[in-house]
Design a protein around this ligand. Structure first.
Ligand code: KG4
Ligand code: ZN
Length: 337
């Protein structure tokens, strides 16, 4: 009997059309991502209507390519998993309907995956998850500390009260005249400058694992504005380095604090901002305080949106019998728990 599990994952929640085939929730057989970033760049952000149209154009090609690269036929699949939310509703719908059509046509189980669960399970493609664990999820739409006691059980112990970390990166980048998405540009500039500008860090109440980045964002915008009015210029490298130092300091300090309090065995980094070199280095460094806790950081290609992470999370749901029916709808504000 063949006990291997092959899952096709599909992700269209934002501006990447992605499909991937993953074996046993751990082994990537293919991971195809068609980015639309170029089409959105001139608008300085993702335009939902344009995103949906691109997904419609790309989805069939991307799925075909993922199947071909994996060398798996539809009959050889065990399930089709798709991001059901959160995200842009028109974008999500393209993936959800493509997945439904495939599941129906080939008589396969159909699995709806939460996008953030996907980001967390990207780590399962790198190392086996060890519970209890703590995941720092930092993306364009989310900043969350998620505690997991076992597979499929998520407890959000802290989250942003305003902007997501990636959102703050993108807004500050825009103010510095950098192209969208700004995160990688700030990251690059930050390494060329020094954090000499004094910027706030929102620690919030004692013991809180929540985050807040809007005050920091406003402080950067004000500093840039004031300098401009005085006819002075702020070195964008110094500003990028100072901004990044503030974001990374709060993220890393709270994560390690929570890891200690919750006595976890593993800390996982997830989401697009996990690609940040400053964050990766600082977290690695601070985790030395917890030598018995394993830190897992996925490679850059698994940090930003992809479908292998959806297939990985979908495999767990498949194995737990948590299958969706074909009435499943895209839910732009799907809760994690
Ligand atoms: O997870 P993701 O690909 O999409 C969402 O689900 O939101 O995250 C995209 C976000 C963007 O805000 C982007 O600027 C940010 O991740 N990002 C970075 C870096 N690479 C991507 N932020 C900081 N440093 C980076 N190197
Ligand atoms: Zn994402």
């Amino acid at each position: 009997m063949n006990e291997d599990v092959y899952v096709l994952g599909i992700e269209t929640s934002c501006d990447e059309t992605a499909a991937a085939v993953v074996k046993n929730g751990r082994e990537i057989l293919s991971n195809v991502v068609a980015s639309q970033m170029e089409s959105h760049r001139r608008f300085g952000g993702v335009v939902p209507e344009i995103a949906s149209r691109h997904h419609v154009e790309q989805i069939t090609l991307v799925i075909e390519e993922a199947m071909q690269q994996a060398g798996v036929s539809f009959a050889g699949l065990d399930a089709v998993a798709v991001t059901a939310g959160p995200g842009l509703v028109g974008a999500l719908l393209v993936g959800v309907n493509a997945a439904k059509a495939l599941a129906f046509a080939h008589g396969l189980p159909f699995i709806g995956v939460h996008h953030i669960a996907g980001h967390i399970y990207a780590n399962q493609l790198v190392a086996e998850m060890k519970f209890p664990l703590l995941a720092l999820v930092v993306s364009g739409g989310h900043t969350e500390l998620v505690y997991m006691k076992e597979h499929g059980k998520f407890a959000v112990i802290g989250e942003t009260r305003d902007d997501a970390a990636g959102e703050a990166y993108d807004k500050v980048a825009r103010a510095l005249g950098l192209p969208y998405p700004g995160g990688p540009h700030i990251d690059r500039l930050a390494h060329e400058g020094e954090p000499v500008i004094d910027l706030p860090r929102a620690w919030l109440e004692e013991g809180s694992y929540d985050f807040s980045f809007s005050g920091l964002k406003s402080a950067v915008l004000n500093a840039l504005h004031n300098a401009k009015q005085r006819g002075e210029e702020i070195d964008p490298r110094q500003m990028a380095a100072s901004f990044q130092a503030s974001v990374v300091d709060v993220l890393v300090t709270k994560t390690v604090q929570a890891a200690k309090e919750y006595r976890v065995r593993q800390v996982l980094l997830a989401g697009g901002v996990a690609a940040n070199r400053g964050l990766r280095a600082a977290l690695q460094d601070k985790m030395k305080e917890l030598p018995d806790v394993e830190l897992v950081i996925p490679p850059l290609s698994l940090c930003t949106d992809n479908a292998a992470m959806i297939a990985a999370a979908g495999t767990v749901l498949y194995q737990q019998g948590k299958w969706a029916d074909l009435a499943l709808n895209a839910n732009p504000s799907l809760p994690l728990v």
